[in-house]
Each structure stands twice: as C-alpha cells, then as structure tokens.
Design a binder for this molecule. Structure first.
Ligand code: AMP
Length: 590
C-alpha cells in the first residue's frame, strides 16, 4: 500500500509507514533530532537531555527511579540537565579530556545516569561495565580501555577494585556513588556527592563532531581478550529512530527497559533512547522478581516494555494468573531481545499479557536494533522479524571456515537457505572499530558486508530466523560470555592442566556455562575439587560468568592445529551421535 509522498517530520506511526516507504534514508532520521545549537555538531546528551529540558518539557519526569528498598525518585529533564552539567564539570576538573574513557561499575542507580550524560557532555567516552562482573573481567576491560575514571559503589570498590588497583596504571580516579557529601571516602577514592555538590550546574556542551567516540562497549569473542567496540555520537540517530520503528515510542509513553546497563541494551535502550523521545523511563534498581515486576508494570502504568527471553520464561513458569491479576491496561507494546525467544513465549504474551512479545535482533557491534517484529507487521512466533528501514540484511553462504569468499566476493543466498547473517555497513550506530585491534575489525567484513557471526535463514516474507552462532560464544541469561576468558581463568588454578568451556542448553537461562577440566598429574579430581574450582571461578569472574557446572575429563578433543573442539564437547554433552557432528564441526579431530 503506497500512500504517496508524505511529510517525514510528523510521523503518525512510523513503524507502519516507514516499512512501506522506500523514501526513508538516514538523513530523514537525522532531521528528527536537533543537533547542538548554532550548528556545533551532534551530541547524545543534548538530544537526550538538554533539548527536552529547554521549554515546556523541562518539568516532565525523565527518569522514575525505583530503589531496591521501596525508595522512589522522580528526575525531571531539568533535574537531569543540572546533574549532568555538574558531572561534566566534575570530570573536567579532574583533568578528563575529550576522548578519555570514563567507566561505570554500578547497578541501576541515579548516579549512573548523571555520569553517563555528564561524560558525553564533556566529550569523554562512556564505558559501562556489568555490575556482576568479578575483578578479572573488570580489570581486563579497564586496562584495554585505559580507563582514567571509574564510578562505582563502596562495596564494589572494596570487593573488586581495591585488590587490583596496583594493576590498573591508567586508573587515576575512583568516584564512589554512595559516600554522602562531606563524609570521608575510603583511601584512594573520592565522594561523587561531594564533588557534585561543589560543581556548577550550568554547562555549555562543546562542539561535537558526530563521528567523535562516545560509547565503548565490551563484547567477547571465542578467543583472546574482550573486544572494545567503539561507537560515536551519531549513534543517537539510530537509537532515536529504532525507538520509533522497533519500540513504537510515542509522546506520553512510560517505557521500561529491564536490561542491565553493563550490556549494550541497557545503555542504548535503558539510558539513551527513551530520553531522546522526551518520555518517562522507569529505572528499577532491583533484580528480577516476578511480583515486583507485575507491580511495576501495573503501578507505574508502563506502556512500552522491553525485556529479555530469560525474564519472559521466568514469568511463564508462574503461569498466566499473576499476569491476569495485574492491571496491565496501560501496556500496549512488549518487545524482547538478546537470545532466541521461543514461539511459546510469544504466544504466552498474547494469552497472559494480552500482547504478543515482539522479538528483535541486534548485537553490541550494531549499536541498535536491526531486525524486528514491529507493531506494524504480523508477528511470526519464533522469528526475529524483518530488517528495519535503512537496514540492508542478507544471508551469506557459510562453510566450516566461515563465510565463503571467491576472489573477495561472497554469495548472497536466496530465501530458505541457511547461512551467516550479514549487514550492509552505513547505519549510524555501526561500531567504528575495536579498540587497539584493527585486524579483528577488518576480519568482520567480506565482500562489502559486515558479518555478524550468527547463522540464520530468511523466509519468503523476508523474516529472519535464528539458528545459532557460527562461533563458540555462550549466551547465558542474555549475557554474552567468551569461553576463552573462562578457560584462561580456570587455568590459573594450580590443579588445572587444561579447560574447555561450552554453553549447555538450559530451559531458563538459554545456556549455562559448563567447564570440562583436565587436572594435573597426581591431582585428585573429586567433588571437593569441583566445588573449589567453581568457587575459584566465581571469585575471579563473578557468578554471571563463572561455570555453573564442571566435569572432569581425561583429555580434551583438539583440532590438528591444537585448538580445543568445544563443539565436540557440546555435542557429547548433548548426547549427539558422532554422525551428527558433521553439521557442527568442520574441523578435523586429531
Ligand atoms: P550482544 O552483543 O551481547 O548484544 O549479543 C549479541 C548476540 O546475541 C547476537 O549476535 C545473537 O547471537 C544473540 N541475539 C541477540 N538477539 C537475538 C534474538 N532476538 N534471537 C536470537 N539471538 C539473539
């Protein structure tokens, strides 16, 4: 249905129109934002905070914070502007310059939002870390990102940072979020509240090139250290546009994104996107709790809810009754991301919430939602949906060594074939590189496509269906875990000769981390050692990353080149016949 030329500045329901409209371009989406006054560029913090704080929207609630213990705090756009102005001054007064990395290691606390936008206002780069990381993942990321400032809480500092501080040569300042103004902070730290109290609450954002780095998100591959994906201020064009296309955000919405700010969803959609729309974003400090979640959905009159398959599955376990008992009359759109959403979960949404759960797909490197079931189209349960406007996707021919290339060319497969999901570069939130690792960045491209590492198929209607990863990374409760990081940590234990780590399918978490360990000669591989190794993993990596299960083996399967064949381990764990392995593993065994 073509409706002829239309005015893109006043979209009635973009999700409907844009998917039908050939005329969409990223310039159209850019025009939905203001840019810095006086043509001084584009800054995420201006689009999310200052432009709404000017004028009538200033008194609107930007963030409604719900504390773990029942506290409530409403931050208006004007409040947020003042706090983020102070934060920008705090950072500048500490000597932070444009391009320096400011890390956060916090839960969902108000200080996180002040830090995020204060950092962006000052032209520094925000790198939020997952608060459940143990000291080792934190150290590695701070080191790779050369973090000069870390904003965290007192307990996290004492448990995770104090002990490794001497191994973090770049880290100059630790700002604690929970030391009251005037109170003495622990040695080697500063009280954020004291610094904020002394700072000026007016600030003019400096000229910002849209291509300046703004966000640094770490993600894991199969081998090596974590990769720092760099995103620029222009990403806000994508954040805002996909807020419309994929999440159907409209003025007056109350939006709740449940993701942890330490993962890209929690930043792009938990911090930035709703505020670029000038709406109210619910921020809940607590972790998953079904009763609490239904209370928030009904009590806060949430209209758009963005969550994750693991959470949906946990709610499903409790049946439909709690959902039916909650007043969900304000809820009009539910979406989920991060791991495969079972078709049953989509249907459960329709039955229990009165709305299907709209699955969508993206990854750290893409910076924003790329493929989605939108409100405008029929939901296909089990499918991730179709590419959003401005996004060109394809399925590329894929062999044992990855995407098949002939003289640098790749083969785009027709509908119905399985291959690797690829995206045509050019969308605004595309990552601009891996920090200090150009080679790894270059390997992400072939034949003019960005290769996602996901195996998919596309149907005749253009919907994409997820089949699995082309590599060995693990997705546990939506968190991406690199097996190599876990294996390296286990190897630091004196009893361990070798370790192979896989994702073992789990009905709730999608996958759990399972380790296979070969012990050193004369070491007793018994239950006590298993418990000790699991505890060792937890203390170093944090509970979300450490192995949940551990088994001892006499040896691990290797390729001829010496790599551990994790897929063979996984196949054995699943009890697959060796004949089935041809589809799982292209590498030769020794
Ligand atoms: P991350 O970079 O941590 O956000 O993880 C991205 C990866 O999560 C993707 O490459 C996929 O493997 C997986 N993923 C994200 N969304 C979906 C989805 N809707 N269905 C299946 N897998 C997904």
């Amino acid at each position: 249905m073509h409706k002829g030329p239309r005015d893109w500045r006043v979209p009635p329901n973009l999700a409907v129109d844009a998917l039908e409209h050939d005329a969409f371009s990223w310039d159209v989406a850019r025009a939905w934002l203001d840019g810095l006054p006086g043509g001084r560029g584009l800054n995420i913090a201006h689009e999310a905070v200052d432009r709404h704080a000017d004028g009538a929207s200033g008194t609107r609630t930007a963030i409604r914070w719900l504390g773990k213990h029942g506290e409530r705090e409403n931050l208006t756009y004007e409040d947020l502007r003042r706090r983020t102005n102070r934060m920008a001054h705090v950072l500048e007064d500490l000597g932070i310059r444009r391009g320096d990395a400011v890390f956060t290691l916090t839960g969902r606390v108000p200080e996180l939002y002040a830090t995020a936008f204060g950092t962006l206002k000052a032209g520094a780069v925000l790198s939020p870390l997952f608060s459940a990381f143990g000291p080792e993942p934190v150290r590695q990321r701070l080191e790779i990102g050369r973090g000069r400032v870390l904003v965290t809480g007192r307990a996290a500092y004492e448990r995770k940072i104090a002990g490794i501080r001497d191994r973090l040569p770049h880290l100059e300042h630790v700002l604690l979020t929970d030391v009251p103004a005037g109170a003495p902070p622990p040695a080697g730290t500063l009280s954020l509240a004291s610094l904020m109290a002394d700072a000026d609450d007016t600030y003019v954002i400096g000229p910002t090139d849209p291509q300046e780095p703004a966000l640094l998100h770490f993600t894991s591959g199969t081998t090596g250290t974590p990769k720092g994906a760099v995103h620029v201020h222009e990403a806000v064009v994508m954040h805002h546009a996909t807020g419309r296309f994929a999440l159907d955000l409209h003025p007056g919405d109350i939006f709740w994104c449940t993701a942890d700010p330490g993962w890209v969803t929690g930043t792009s959609y938990g911090i930035i996107t709703p505020l670029t729309h000038g709406i109210t974003s619910i921020v809940d400090e607590a972790e998953f709790d079904a009763d609490r979640w239904y209370r928030i959905l009904s009590g806060e009159r949430v209209s758009v809810w963005y969550t994750a398959p693991t959470a949906v599955r946990r709610l499903m376990r409790l049946g439909e009754e709690p959902a039916r008992d909650a007043d969900l009359s304000a809820l009009r759109f539910v979406a989920s991301v991060g791991e495969p959403l079972n078709p049953e979960a989509v249907v459960w949404g329709s039955d229990a919430l009165g709305l299907p759960v709209h699955d969508n797909w993206w990854q750290t490197e893409t910076g924003g939602i790329m493929i989605a079931n939108t409100i405008a189209a029929d939901v296909k349960p089990g499918s991730m949906g179709r590419p959003l406007p401005g996004v060109e996707a394809a399925v590329l021919s894929h062999g044992p060594d990855g995407v098949v290339t002939h003289d640098g060319e790749v083969e785009v497969l027709p509908a119905g074939h399985e291959g690797e999901l690829a995206l045509r570069p050019g969308w605004p939130s595309m990552f601009r590189g891996y920090l200090h690792d150009d080679e790894r960045y270059r390997r992400c491209f072939a034949g003019g496509w960005y290769l996602t590492g996901d195996l998919v198929t596309r149907d005749a209607d253009g919907y994409y269906w997820f089949l699995g990863r082309s590599d060995d990374v693990i997705k546990s409760s939506g968190h991406l875990i690199g097996p190599f990081e876990v294996e390296s940590t286990l190897l630091e234990h004196p009893a361990v000769a070798e370790a192979g780590v896989i994702g073992k399918p789990d009905p709730l978490a999608g996958e759990i981390v399972k380790a296979f360990v070969v012990v050193k000669p004369r070491v007793r591989a018994d239950d006590a050692l298993s418990r000790e190794l699991i505890g060792f993993g937890r203390s170093r990596l944090g509970a979300a990353v450490a192995p949940r299960e551990l088994g001892f083996v006499d040896d691990l399967p290797h390729t001829r080149s010496g790599k551990i064949m994790r897929r063979l381990l996984r196949a054995r764990e699943l009890g697959l016949a060796v004949g089935d392995l041809s589809t799982l593993e292209g590498e030769e065994t020794t």
